[in-house]
Design a protein around this ligand. Structure first.
Ligand code: APR
Length: 224
């Protein structure tokens, strides 16, 4: 199963390709979530990420996240791959979540790429080992997916009977390609999204609705 920003929309976490809100509405994530943006203005990038961290810390997992955690108890072989960096699935109780795009609350050394612990107070934190700038531990546009996440996700997609795609515009590869791998392996593929996506035609079925409504119904129907 693959989830995207739409699964956290009902928790009040803005999606990527829908309107940005508040302070940041004049910024394009494409201009902030890149290595080039960080090289140009690390302080601006950090301000944006701190704003996102605060927003996510104040948000709560919703009925969609909780339904997926419950689904795991019904389907123990379930692999949950998320493009989200907000950690909401884990907070709702999902186990073994594969974070395709990293985690918002981790920091990485910008020079050596290792996850590091930094001081909270610095406007631009630095790596405690080498003194280089530290950056958010997420995957930016144009960067590679962590290899272990990539391999585990591809293997799970190639070996599944049912593939669920929830709350993603299915535009960003390689995550969007997981549905193709599952389809080629003969799986039933189901999309949960209130809006059609470019991939809708390729799914076996599209459930049009919000994750917070559709997923609890789906889990309820499987449980009885
Ligand atoms: N329930 C389900 N889906 C929803 C809901 C909801 N309540 N609200 C919105 N959606 C759908 C939208 O219709 C849209 O198709 O969620 C999708 C969100 O799409 P994007 O904003 O493109 O987010 P996502 O697909 O996760 O983006 C992928 O791109 O920006 C990068 O790294 C970032 O992980 C992100 C990746």
């Amino acid at each position: 199963m693959l989830t995207g920003a739409g699964v956290s929309a009902e928790s009040g976490v803005p999606t990527f390709r829908e309107a940005q809100t508040g302070l940041w509405e004049k910024y394009d994530p494409l201009e902030l979530a890149t290595p080039e943006a960080f090289a140009r203005d690390p302080e601006l990038v950090w301000r944006w990420y701190r704003w996102r961290r605060d927003l996510v810390a104040r948000a709560e997992p919703n009925a969609g996240h909780r339904a997926l955690a419950e689904l795991q108890s019904l389907v123990p072989r379930l692999t949950l791959v998320t493009q989200n960096v907000d950690g909401m699935h884990q907070r709702a109780g999902s186990q073994g979540v594969i974070e395709f795009h990293g985690n918002l609350f981790s920091d990485r050394c910008a020079a050596e790429h290792r996850i590091v612990r930094t001081s909270e107070d610095d406007r631009v934190p630095t790596c405690p080992d080498c003194g280089s700038y530290a950056r958010p531990g997420v995957v930016w546009f144009g960067e590679a997916i962590p290899e272990d996440a990539l391999h585990a996700s591809f293997a799970a997609a190639a070996d599944c009977d049912v593939f669920l795609s929830v709350g993603t515009s299915s535009l960003v590869y390689p995550a969007a390609g997981l549905a193709d791998i599952a389809r080629e392996a003969g799986a039933v593929t189901i999309e949960v999204n209130p809006n059609p996506t470019d991939q809708s035609e390729s799914f076996t079925a599209s459930l049009r609705g919000n994750a917070g409504t559709v997923l609890p119904q789906l889990v309820e129907s499987l449980a009885h």
